[in-house]
Design a binder for this molecule. Structure first.
Ligand SMILES: NC(=O)c1ccc[n+]([C@@H]2O[C@H](COP(=O)([O-])OP(=O)(O)OC[C@H]3O[C@@H](n4cnc5c(N)ncnc54)[C@H](OP(=O)(O)O)[C@@H]3O)[C@@H](O)[C@H]2O)c1
Length: 385
């Protein structure tokens, strides 16, 4: 059966890996809709190759540049903040890949869930800020949310045949990022270029910076909390520089289940697309003999203060994860624009979290309001730097 695919964030690191998986499984998927931001050359190439029915771009002014191409292939063009929503509910899409970066992914992810689609979720920020809503709506609308993040794909696979009452602990692994072995003294002066040099994964800039601070793992803990409905006290992290073990699940009898694979995002992406089947598409295999050893370390709170902030937000719940995510997005954006130094990232997020007062999260509008307020606090903190 050919399954229709809609991709939110098709020009990004996840989006292009999704299309590589599609290429490796000819006749299995038809790309029906794509949403991108402003990388028009990449998007134009995708339109030419996959001839989708619907394409969304961020800016109206970009539509003209795609007009000739879209006419040739009968592709409908949309733009603006509603564009990704249209893509998320596109007719003929059985699976929606949610791979826009940041809280901008929340609306489209929710739209795909409400359309009852299978959602292959890479956009962890939407689960961090709106986890309870996405869970509830998925139940109500018959949608299935499958993880794309390698750690969550690992947990999903370990839990597949297990009863939840037998789970003692879920452990996500972290590569440690580029600064795992940097001295604490040198850490303060790390540059943007150094933060963007991830030792294991090639990813978009925001998630790469989040890996350097380990905020990424904090966001992933919150994502796991909602994706699998696991209490915060049962969630843990270990640094595992080889990135071969993606997650571990400790059972009540002391057995520990683990999921391992080569460090290649196409593996969890393919599983989310083909689940419950598995496909052999000659993706890289794990060679444990060559790897030699697997190390595991506790997280050092002095090296990764932002991980501690995320852990605290996970435990406090309610509006704290929303404020954390907004503060982090604002701080990382300023760091990517070279407006602040690496050492300012925890300072900005810490200030916002200290100032944040718990607010009820009873609607999507409330999430956006908390997000706005946290960004206002972050701007104030950024101005002082
Ligand atoms: N990369 C990984 O290996 C990885 C692994 C696990 C989870 N994730 C998660 O997956 C998500 C995407 O990560 P990524 O590394 O693929 O990021 P990325 O390379 O920066 O790609 C982001 C994609 O989203 C598009 N986009 C951004 N803002 C948009 C908006 N407002 N409207 C429409 N499209 C928008 C971008 O379009 P343009 O480029 O055209 O502007 C691009 O296609 C993040 O939440 C990340 O945490 C990534």
């Amino acid at each position: 059966m050919v399954r229709g695919l809609a991709i939110l964030g098709s020009t990004g690191s996840i989006g292009t890996n999704v299309l590589e998986v599609v290429d490796r499984l000819p006749g299995r998927f038809r790309v029906v809709a794509l949403a991108a931001g402003s990388n028009l050359p990449a998007l134009a190439a995708q339109i030419g190759k996959y001839r989708p029915d619907l394409v969304s771009v961020k800016k109206r002014s970009d539509l003209e540049k795609l007009r000739r191409l879209s006419r040739k292939f009968g592709t409908r063009l949309v733009h603006g903040p509603d564009g990704p929503l249209e893509v998320a509910r596109a007719e003929g899409a059985d699976i929606v890949v949610s791979a826009i970066t940041g809280v901008d992914g929340l609306g489209p992810t929710l739209e795909a869930v409400r359309a009852g689609r299978r959602v292959a979720l890479a956009n962890k920020e939407s689960m961090v800020v709106g986890g309870p809503f996405l869970r509830r709506e998925a139940r109500r609308c018959g949608a299935v949310i499958l993880p794309v993040d390698s750690e969550h794909s690992g947990i999903f696979q370990c839990l597949a045949r297990e009863r939840r009452k037998y789970v003692r602990r879920v452990i996500l692994t972290a590569s440690g990022g580029p600064f795992f072995r940097t001295s604490l003294k040198e850490l303060k002066d790390k540059t943007l270029a150094e933060a963007l040099r991830h030792p294991r994964w090639v990813m978009g800039k925001k998630v790469t910076v989040d890996s350097a601070t380990m905020m990424n793992k904090g966001l992933e803990l919150i994502e796991a909390r909602w994706l699998f409905d696991i209490e915060p006290g049962k969630l843990d992290v270990l640094v595992h520089p080889q990135s071969a073990v993606h997650s571990l699940v400790e059972m009540t009898d002391g057995s520990v289940l683990a999921q391992l694979s080569a460090t290649d995002m196409r593996i969890p992406i393919q599983y989310a697309l083909t689940w419950p089947e598995r496909a052999d598409t000659s993706l890289p295999l794990l060679d444990l003999g060559r790897l030699g050893r697997l190390e595991f370390h506790e997280v050092d709170p002095r090296r990764y203060p932002m991980f501690g902030m995320a852990r605290h937000a996970l435990e406090r719940g309610a509006s704290f994860p929303v404020a954390l995510n907004a503060a982090n997005e604002a701080a990382v954006e300023a760091f990517l624009r070279k407006r602040i130094a690496f050492r300012d990232l925890p300072a900005v997020v810490g200030e916002v979290m200290d100032a944040h007062r718990e607010t009820p999260v009873d609607s999507i509008a409330a999430i956006h309001e908390i997000d706005r307020e946290a960004r206002r606090l972050a701007r104030r903190s950024l101005k002082q730097r």
